[in-house]
Design a protein around this ligand. Sequence first.
Ligand code: FES
Ligand SMILES: [Fe+2]
Length: 466
Amino acid sequence: MLTPEQNDRLTLVGPGTPMGELMRRYWQPIAGVSEFNENPTKAIRLLGEDLVLYKDEGGTFGLIDASCAHRRVNMLWGIPEPKGLRCSYHGWLYDETGQCLEMPAEPGDSTFPSRVQLKAYPVETLGGLVFAYLGPQPVPLLPHYYPFVEEGRVRSIGWTVVTCNWLQIMENSLDPIHAEYLHGYFSKYALQRVGLLKHRGDIYGKRPPEENEDFGPYWRKAGRTMRHISASTSRFEHGILKHRWLEGEEKEESIGWRYGHPILFPNLESGTGGHDFQIRVPMDDTHTYYVYYQSHWPREGENPNQREDEIPVYHVPIAGVDEWGQPIWEQLDNNSGQDHFAWTSQGPRTRRYLEKLGQSDIGIILFRRMLLEQMQIMEDGGEPMNVFRDPAKNDIIWIPFDRMDDETIVGKTAIPKNPDRHAEGMSTGSSGKFNTLNLEYAKRIGATLPPPFPKSAKTTVEVSPG
Ligand code: FES
Ligand SMILES: [Fe+2]
């Protein structure tokens, strides 16, 4: 059990906090490139700092302080110029380094602009995402993990804001057993509640035949969970591997057991499709920018290798309760919605000093230890793990994952042995239901479409402080 002080150390992310400083050693995704095709500015809250990300008319991205240096008007309303962003109030112009270039109301020969510098951070784009680095110099390399850079695939990006601290979301990734209940038994209960399933059966039962009838090819998955015979974790150079040996598998042949499922330090989880990520970016102590990053082998009619500004960005509604405090069941027929309420109902920043951990929580304990250990390394002046500095190793970073046997890697391409399965299997926590590429594909092939999506909950679960 943790003390309240240890809980603070692990969860608080503002400037000057130990975890905030550790998180600042890593590039963090903050937006999708194609969002800027329509809107040139976006408000960003990252590690407790309020910033504005903009794309100027020259195509350069900048991440600057949200408040203008003059009289604090928010730069979200800024005007993109050929170079830089101009404040809407009195026209001060800033470039991507935060340097003030113009002050229209000051005398023409004034040196004042050269002496005004707004806070600014480096940004880079990769795989259709804009990443930011808020840490000390020298800036490390932005890691070229394979889903961002591999060739021959189609990419898409979903996002939402989860109203809780980032760590309880990451801990969910180190907790394989929740899949049996939350995504198994509870999932069937949720389908019962919306009238799609008559009987929820037992925890591990296969789906009754009637359940399969009206379900689309990808957008609803439920109740097909296998019991873990054994679940364990191991460390590897990029983080933690989650090993699962499931009922019905031979241990030696179980790829989930042999390869494991990777959690990349400090805040990425590989999706079940193998070429997907779920990324949990701390916005502040009680909000998390959540990215569902997908890359899949092209299906009929799809164009691989999109330009970055062609990679679609979609919203994933956040699950919660209605205005009368009841769960909105329509949001809970998919893994993403189920995870949302589980995380947020633990409280905005869960009180770990009240928990009771058992044997099955061993992965969570390992992850906390790893975070504390890496924080200590950083505080002692060292470099924490999984920071990349060698360009020769950053062309493409392949990570072993639990479907590797299904593919052959040639150069920067992972060729699926069964392309159909790989295209159909695209998933990051079943947020695929909201993916615009999936909806377009389903229409093209005449598949059943999901009903209209419920809106994000007005409130998330705040029935207890967690
Ligand atoms: S407040 Fe921005 S220019 Fe005056
Ligand atoms: Fe989950």
